[in-house]
Design a protein around this ligand. Structure first.
Ligand code: DAH
Length: 339
C-alpha cells in the first residue's frame, strides 16, 4: 500500500498541463470528495500500528504534492489569461495600416509624364540649386537682359552665381550638354521665384519642361504634339497658339486650349472667353543650341514649359494655390489614384 502511494506521489510530481479541464480532473482524482486521498485516509484505521507513522507521512506527502501542484498550475494558467487580457489575443490579425494618398501635384505630374512617355519622351531631372549659366545665360538671357526681370530670382548668399532655379528650362541646357540628338525628354521639377504669395501664385511651384531635338523638327511637329497632349490630358481637342516672347525660343508662342463655356466655373476660369492658357513653347533658339554644343545648322527642335499647379487647379477645381502646400490631410485625403 505504501509503495502504491509513493507511485502516486511520483505521478503527481510529474503531472503537468496547460488545460484547465485536465487540471480539474487531476484535482478531483486526488483531492476530490471521492478522491484517492479520501480513500487512503479511510484506510488509515486498517493499517497495522507499526506502519501507521510511515503511512501517515506518505499520505500527507501525497496530499501536499497534489495541493501544491494544483495551486502552481492554476497560478500559471491565470497569469496566461491575464497577459491575454492585457495585450489582447496575440494571434489576432494586425490592425490595418491606413494607406496614404498621393499629393495632387504628384498625380498631375505623373499623368503628364505618362502622356509624353507614350510618344517616346524620357524623363530627366536637374538640380534645384543652379548656376547663372544653366538658368539664364545659356538660355539666351545674358547678364543685364531685361527678360531676367520676368523671373524674380532667389539668390543663395550674396553670390550671384548660386541661385534657386526659376524654371525647369535649366534642365534643357544640362540635358543638351550631356546628350546627343535625337533628344526627346521631359523634365518635371520644383522651381522658385521671389513672388508675393497669393491665391494664384506662390514662391515655390512645379513645372514640366519638354524638349525635342532632331533633324528637320518643325513648328508643325510642336503643334501636333501639343494637340495630342491636350486631348490625352484634358479630353479637349481644340488649341490655339498665340505669338509670344521667350528669350530661349524663336518663334515663341503661348498655348491656349478651348475649355468651353458650359458651366459657370468655365466662365470664371476662362474669364468669359472659353480659352485657357496652359503653357509656353517655341522652336529652340539657335543660340541656345550653340551654347549647349549642338550645331543649329544640322539640328532644330522645339521646347515647351508648363506649370503643374495651374493644371492641377484646373483639373480638380482648386481655387487657391496655397492649399497644395498646407499639408492639411482633410484636403490631401480627397485625392486617390493609381498613378
Ligand atoms: N520657362 C518658361 C517659364 O518659366 C516656360 C517656357 C516657355 C518653357 C517656353 C519653354 C518654352 O521651354 O519653350 O515661364
Amino acid at each position: 500500500m505504501i509503495n502504491k502511494i509513493k507511485e502516486h506521489i511520483e505521478e503527481a510530481k510529474a503531472f503537468t498541463t496547460e488545460d484547465k479541464t485536465t487540471l480539474e480532473e487531476f484535482r478531483i482524482k486526488y483531492l476530490g470528495s471521492k478522491g484517492l486521498l479520501k480513500d487512503f485516509f479511510a484506510e488509515f484505521k486498517n493499517v497495522p500500528n507499526e506502519q501507521k507513522k510511515e503511512f501517515g507521512q506518505v499520505v500527507n506527502e501525497l496530499k501536499n504534492t497534489a495541493e501544491e501542484k494544483v495551486k502552481s498550475i492554476q497560478e500559471l494558467l491565470e497569469s496566461k489569461t491575464e497577459s491575454i487580457n492585457l495585450f489582447g489575443d496575440l494571434s489576432r490579425p494586425g490592425n490595418p495600416i491606413n494607406i496614404g494618398s498621393r499629393h495632387p501635384i504628384s498625380l498631375v505630374k505623373n499623368q503628364i509624364l505618362d502622356v509624353f512617355s507614350t510618344i517616346g519622351f524620357n524623363v530627366s531631372e536637374g538640380p534645384e540649386i543652379e548656376d547663372d549659366w544653366h538658368n539664364f545665360t545659356a538660355l539666351n538671357l545674358p547678364e543685364y537682359h531685361p527678360a531676367r526681370d520676368m523671373q524674380d530670382t532667389f539668390f543663395i548668399q550674396t553670390n550671384p552665381d548660386v541661385l534657386l532655379r526659376t524654371h525647369t528650362s535649366s534642365v534643357q541646357v544640362r540635358y543638351m550638354e550631356n546628350n546627343k540628338p535625337p533628344i526627346r525628354t521631359i523634365s518635371p521639377g520644383r522651381v522658385f521665384r521671389n513672388e508675393a504669395i497669393s491665391s494664384r501664385s506662390h514662391c515655390i511651384f512645379h513645372q514640366v519642361e519638354g524638349l525635342y531635338i532632331d533633324k528637320n523638327v518643325s513648328f508643325a511637329d510642336l503643334k501636333q504634339t501639343l494637340l495630342y497632349f491636350t486631348k490625352e490630358m484634358f479630353g479637349k481637342s481644340k488649341i490655339r497658339l498665340r505669338p509670344s516672347y521667350f528669350p530661349f525660343t524663336e518663334p515663341s508662342a503661348e498655348v491656349d486650349i478651348y475649355w468651353g463655356l458650359k458651366t459657370e466655373t468655365d466662365y470664371r476660369i476662362t474669364k468669359g472667353t472659353g480659352w485657357l492658357e496652359i503653357m509656353g513653347c517655341g522652336m529652340v533658339d539657335p543660340n541656345v543650341l550653340k551654347n549647349c554644343g549642338i550645331d543649329p545648322n544640322e539640328y532644330t527642335g522645339y521646347a515647351f514649359g508648363m506649370g503643374i499647379e495651374r493644371i492641377a487647379m484646373l483639373l480638380y477645381q482648386i481655387g487657391d494655390i496655397r492649399m497644395f502646400y498646407e499639408n492639411d490631410v482633410r484636403f490631401l485625403e480627397q485625392f486617390k489614384s493609381s498613378l
